[in-house]
Write a protein that binds this ligand. Structure first.
Ligand code: SF4
Length: 498
């Protein structure tokens, strides 16, 4: 029977971030929000599976809810002379447990290899490795070196996957040994913190955001007023917590200390509109000037992209943005619309087919429009570099692109409901509140960009019937993105009196 003072490496790392996470997980699990995207877990699993092959043959300790079964299997592999043991498990008598991603034989001792799907090594990973070293040495293992194996984002796939190129192996032995006395102290303080039955007091701070956003933020921040310093658009977490701890918590507090805080016009506007319930502010002249830069027909364009931790196609790097879909609403001056779209076949490199159709769908020297165009421009630039024969036409689209976000970014159209933001997520519902046609919640399966990425990345693993449904969901989602732009442009025209 597990005890609250038992610590695995993930529980230890949570305890280092904030011991109250462990207390709440035990006593108030119902307060935990679900915040980890599926793609993070999926990427982590795939990278872990592949990394095991880095050193050649290996023995895998099968997962069991009974840790003693895993430690016994580990001991058997070690005794039978296995050189590489994946998920090698160790449990101390006082309930410290870890499964080492790869335990690798090194002469008369062993190396710990911790695998991460990220492209760099953060401080919490070093804590994680230090805990593993502590547990293994307590179990009598002679640990020689400690390595972190992570993704090399400079790797470009050419033909078969080259594991030595895909992964970077960095030696953290010295840093990990330096941390050993701190690990012992951390274990003691975490254990004494979580052993009390009454809820321990702990105020919110930057550790609620880093190294991971805490799933209990809603619970621990329940004392905050409806509009707090944390709601100021774009405020840095460190700055917000500093203000909070100095007693500047509500929007009223911020206004009262505006001079000392050097409050920006943007934040002042956000606060005043919120507190005073002000009507929309419209600068018709400037909006008209923006509209005059557009020529008809206008090509409303939006891409969807996804990333692969392990590149599946030639010429792709880990975590490179790969466009797989676009939606295009072509709007004539009289308001009539034509819709075109592209959605790649699952499991194929989508880039060439997408680029070819894009240059067919958008003629040269026409006005294309994107919301926050830097993203669309980067996608097109990358495609132009990849396909020199299409480069001229692709770059023509890029050069003639306009940004629908500008009037909102410049606050030429501002509404209280935008809450200081000019992202489409805030702008659209502010312009069209309660419009079911424009409500992404009413879509099936895919409601945002990250769900679209996950859906496409996983599509090839589904049955043909399921694929048909997912494709429909993706097309509806991306189609709504550009239709929303059409509606936003209409609102701007109304505001400019056109
Ligand atoms: S929200 Fe903050 S204070 Fe509360 S458990 Fe999480 S990290 Fe700790």
């Amino acid at each position: 029977m597990a005890k609250i003072t038992d610590l695995s490496k993930s529980r230890y790392c949570k305890g280092v971030q904030c011991p109250k996470i462990l207390w709440l997980e035990h006593y108030k699990p119902e307060e935990k929000a679900d915040i980890l995207p599926e793609s993070v877990l999926e990427n982590g699993n795939r990278v872990g599976d592949l990394a095991r092959r880095y050193f050649g043959d290996y023995s895998l300790v099968e997962f069991s809810f009974d840790k003693n079964v895993m430690t016994a299997q580990t001991a058997l592999f070690i005794a039978s002379g296995s050189e590489n043991v994946a998920e090698a498990s160790f449990l101390t008598e006082d309930g410290l447990y870890c499964a080492v991603d790869i335990l690798r034989k090194n002469e008369d001792g062993w190396d710990i290899v911790e695998v991460k799907s990220s492209t760099e090594v953060s401080d919490i990973y070093i804590e994680d490795m230090a805990f593993q070293y502590y547990v293994l040495t307590k179990c009598g293992v002679n640990v020689k070196r400690v390595y972190n194996m992570h993704i090399n984002n400079k790797y470009v796939r050419r033909g078969e996957l080259d594991l030595k190129g895909l992964f970077r192996l960095e030696d953290y032995t010295v840093k990990v040994i330096e941390k050993q006395s701190a690990v012992a102290e951390n274990i003691e303080s975490i254990r004494s913190y979580i052993s009390v039955d009454d809820e321990p007091a702990r105020d919110i701070d930057v550790y609620c955001e880093k190294p991971y956003e805490c799933a209990f933020k809603g619970y621990c921040g329940r004392h905050l007023p409806e509009h707090s310093i944390f709601d100021l658009a774009g405020i840095q977490a460190r700055t917000a917590y500093k203000r909070y701890h100095s007693g500047i918590i509500s929007f009223e507090d911020v206004l009262a200390n505006a001079k000392e805080l050097k409050l920006s016009d943007k934040h002042r506007r956000q606060i005043e509109f919120t507190l005073n319930d002000l009507p929309d502010e419209v600068n018709a002249e400037k909006i008209k000037a923006f509209l005059d830069t557009l020529t008809y027909p206008v090509y409303h364009l939006d891409f969807e992209t996804y990333q692969q931790a392990i590149p599946e196609f030639d010429g792709v790097s880990p975590y490179q943005q790969i466009p797989f879909q676009y939606s295009l609403h072509i709007e004539q001056e009289d308001g009539s619309l034509e819709h075109r779209e592209f959605l790649a076949k699952e499991g194929t490199d989508p880039r060439r087919a997408l680029a070819e159709q894009l240059v067919e769908d958008i003629p040269v020297r026409v006005c294309s429009l994107a919301f926050n165009m830097s993203f669309e421009k980067t996608v097109i630039k990358n495609l132009a570099e990849l396909f020199p024969d299409l480069s001229e036409r692709l770059l023509d689209i890029r050069e003639n692109m306009h940004d629908l976000m500008i009037p909102f970014k410049d606050h030429d159209y501002y509404s209280k409901a935008m809450m200081g933001s000019y992202s489409i997520k805030y702008v659209l519902p502010a312009l069209y509140p309660d419009d079911p046609e424009l409500d992404y919640h009413n879509l099936d399966g895919v409601h945002n960009g990250s769900e679209a990425s996950d859906a496409f990345a996983a599509m090839a693993q589904h049955s043909p019937e399921e694929i048909a449904v997912i494709r429909q969901n993706l097309l509806k989602y991306c189609g709504l993105d550009t239709y929303a732009m059409v509606k936003v442009l209409r609102k701007l025209k109304e505001a400019a009196g056109e």
